[in-house]
Design a protein around this ligand. Sequence first.
Ligand code: MF3
Ligand code: CO
Ligand code: CO
Length: 257
Amino acid sequence: MTIVIKTPDEIEKMRIACRLAAEVLEMIEPHIQLGITTNEINDICHDFIVNTQQAIPAPLHYRGFPKSICTSINHQICHGIPGGKRLKKGDIINIDITVIKGGFHGDTSKMFFIGEPSVLARRLVNITQEALFLGIKQVKPGARLNDIGSAIQQFAEANNYSIVREYCGHGIGREFHEAPQIVHYATPDRGVTLQPGMCFTIEPMVNAGKRSVKVLPDGWTVVTKDRSLSAQWEHTLLVTDNGCDILTLRKEERKLA
Ligand code: MF3
Ligand code: CO
Ligand code: CO
């Protein structure tokens, strides 16, 4: 698989799809409350994407995924399937949104707290977000993919957390998952050199305990083997002439970027 360098016209479409994905996370925030089910969250997002945004929820039927968003709670790492379980006090939840608009994908996720999180949960969530932004800071023409993974791994492990290795970021565009893979740990190889016009996600999954994962019998939900808490944040990026644009940036994050 070769890496697609987006044309100016394709970049315009990426900007639109990514803005919509970010807006779904902004829209859903007031609904993430004690007692709501992940099915209800799914349905609100689905209706907003389809009816208001006139876009397509990319996860629905993607390789057989049954719902329109992913919801991953507590020790669930990623790809959680929305269901009838109600959110309870102290839960942490990742909501991962991918929309298709004008033939292009925008992919982004964030963590939410239900009520007051434990000290550990808050720290894990904040460190993971910081790790994402440290990775983003590496993104500019001439940098290597390994600069991203190294920065993220170093920071997470310095805080005594572990990085999930089985799942990674990815090129994105007309396809949901394009080349290259963006791993969140250091590799012996420096990896691909970044060029303007590349679009990819960074989406570190950070565990409070060991890095080992397990997939539940539903075939999708990925959990920590030791049942430790896990957090994830994701943005879609465009490499520009002098750095990168965070295409899925939300208003609340402008101070971080
Ligand atoms: N949004 C996820 C990612 O960041 C992929 C979800 S695939 C699904 O790459 F099928 F589970 F939706
Ligand atoms: Co992604
Ligand atoms: Co995603």
